[in-house]
Write a protein that binds this ligand. Structure first.
Ligand SMILES: C[S@@+](CC[C@H](N)C(=O)[O-])C[C@H]1O[C@@H](n2cnc3c(N)ncnc32)[C@H](O)[C@@H]1O
Length: 188
């Protein structure tokens, strides 16, 4: 079984072409990758796989794994965290994955503090957390200052209302390409 087939065995929201694109982008990263919304780890493992092919940079995987129902009516909860941890351990990339079991808005505050102490800037920010427009906006606006000038933001489910609206309003960013529903943005 090749690496993509292995990744696709993990239950997840990103399809195989989107995974391939995440792998390609992660391979180019030189300092770090941040993921908002890991669920059971498919995209996390894809990002870590790309990192392994490239520069072995850490993938900060942010997901509180708390009980809630998404705007699309999907139920999430702590049991996802068990699958996530199992999948990370089985993946062979656990050494690259830094698990942050907190919401993105809490984590970004720590990032803001740490950046002052020369913390890492982000090569690739993958946004696939809460798809509600207000939450997508918060994720985008609070994290984008930490993305390098030549870095990328990859927004999943870019055709859904929340992400689509925010992409339209992100005037400082241009769309480089769209693969499936994965929209890749670069600073203008
Ligand atoms: C669509 S799933 C992510 C799918 C995953 N990227 C994949 O490829 O399979 C959305 C995830 O976002 C998480 N989430 C919701 N609100 C969040 C927040 N504020 N910060 C980080 N993750 C969040 C949920 O717990 C859920 O696991």
């Amino acid at each position: 079984m090749n690496y993509l087939e292995k990744i696709m065995q993990i239950e997840g929201a990103v399809n195989s072409v989107e995974c391939q694109e995440l792998i390609r982008l992660a391979e180019q990263a030189e300092d770090c990758i941040v993921e908002i919304g890991s669920w059971k780890g498919r995209s996390t493992v894809a990002l870590a796989c790309g990192s392994r092919m490239g520069n072995n940079v850490p993938v900060y995987a942010i997901d509180p794994h708390d009980s809630h129902t998404s705007t699309e009516g999907r139920s999430y909860g702590p049991e996802d965290n068990i699958r996530f941890l199992e999948n990370i351990l089985k993946s062979g990339y656990a050494d690259l994955i830094q698990i942050i079991n907190l919401p993105s808005n809490v984590t970004v505050k720590a990032w803001q503090t740490l950046i002052v102490e020369d913390w890492k800037f982000i090569d690739l920010l993958f946004v696939d957390g809460n798809h509600d427009y207000k939450e997508v906006k918060k994720d985008f606006r609070s994290w984008e200052p930490f993305v390098k000038d030549n870095g990328y933001i990859a927004m999943h489910d870019s055709t859904k209302e929340g992400p689509a609206k925010e992409i339209k309003e992100a005037h400082d960013w241009e769309i480089v390409k769209t693969v499936g529903t994965l929209c890749i943005l670069r600073r203008k």
